[in-house]
Design a protein around this ligand. Sequence first.
Ligand code: PLP
Length: 361
Amino acid sequence: MKRIYNFNPGPATLPLEVLQEAQAEFLDFDDSGMSIIEISHRSKPYERVHNQAKADILELMNLGDDYDVLFIQGGASLQFAMIPLNFATVKNPGSYVLSGTFSSNAYKEAKILGVAEVAASTKDENFKRVPNQDELKINPNAAYVHVCCNNTIYGTEFHYVPDTGNVPLFADMSSDMLSRPVDFKKFSLIYAGVQKNLGPAGVVIVVAKKSLIEQSLETLPTMLRYDTFYKKNSLYNTPPAFSIYMVGKVAAWIKNSGGLVEMARRNSIKAKLLYDAIDNSDGFYRGHAEKNSRSFMNVTFRLPNDELEKKFVAEALEHNLSGVKGHRSVGGMRASIYNAMPIDGAQALADFMNAFKKSNA
Ligand SMILES: *Cc1c(COP(=O)(O)O)cnc(C)c1O
């Protein structure tokens, strides 16, 4: 068996222990004589998986009984539409902080519905930083302020929780959910497509205040209403059982590894290794993000020219370092170092960066 260091942005690397555990129990799950993807979503063994995953996520986030966890399909991209459909109106619009591609996509959906406004934007600076608190225009009549905490494509991250006063704070945490301790209570609604940091593609975790999701507009179709998922424990229709099962395993792995404090410790070591390689390269590597907005999850950088960038990707792969090519809208390189990336993997990439610079500068 050959496992390589996988720096892909999503779907992304998962903890080896989790994959092995799933493999070991795949053919006969919980003495059922069936695999987890063959049993009924109404069966006791599945119900245990489903409810344990929810409980572990809330525990990791240090949230109490006033929040619930929903499992919804359609990716983070469907949340871009569900949020304004459920909460925004012309009089009380959704207010969007534009800090990259996905926050702009979220804004676009609300705009289609005619219920969007902009709270701040760093588009003019090619999204190389996130807006500061004092740049946020908080409209007291807004239904919510929407932020994207980690900008997966540009490699920037909020290192503060925006203060939105009495306006509920909503966040797309797809690419940094459960990567570090956050005061999650400051958020009214958080969502994350799990395929970045928490599991295989197929499910979105929505963590929201119960008071917000217990009653949706009567005019909304069943599957677009948060209250459908809330009232039916995300079992109104068939849930993506395998994705939820894997997310549960990853949440347990985080708990057993020392929780979010330990994730943050590891993630900051990995990020420092790569940012040091950039900063100590005499300008050979140029980071995209401004230093105080640098992401601990996605490290973006460029080389002096296209040819060297192609060569870097090819030679990295020869060193078992895969998935370092950046997104076409930013160019250059992107190394995604989610929870499951071992420190050894970041060290191997930093060593490779230093050696590549020496022989190509
Ligand atoms: C990948 C990503 C999305 C899009 O997720 P889908 O599940 O593919 O719709 C949204 N937001 C962020 C921050 C992402 O990284």
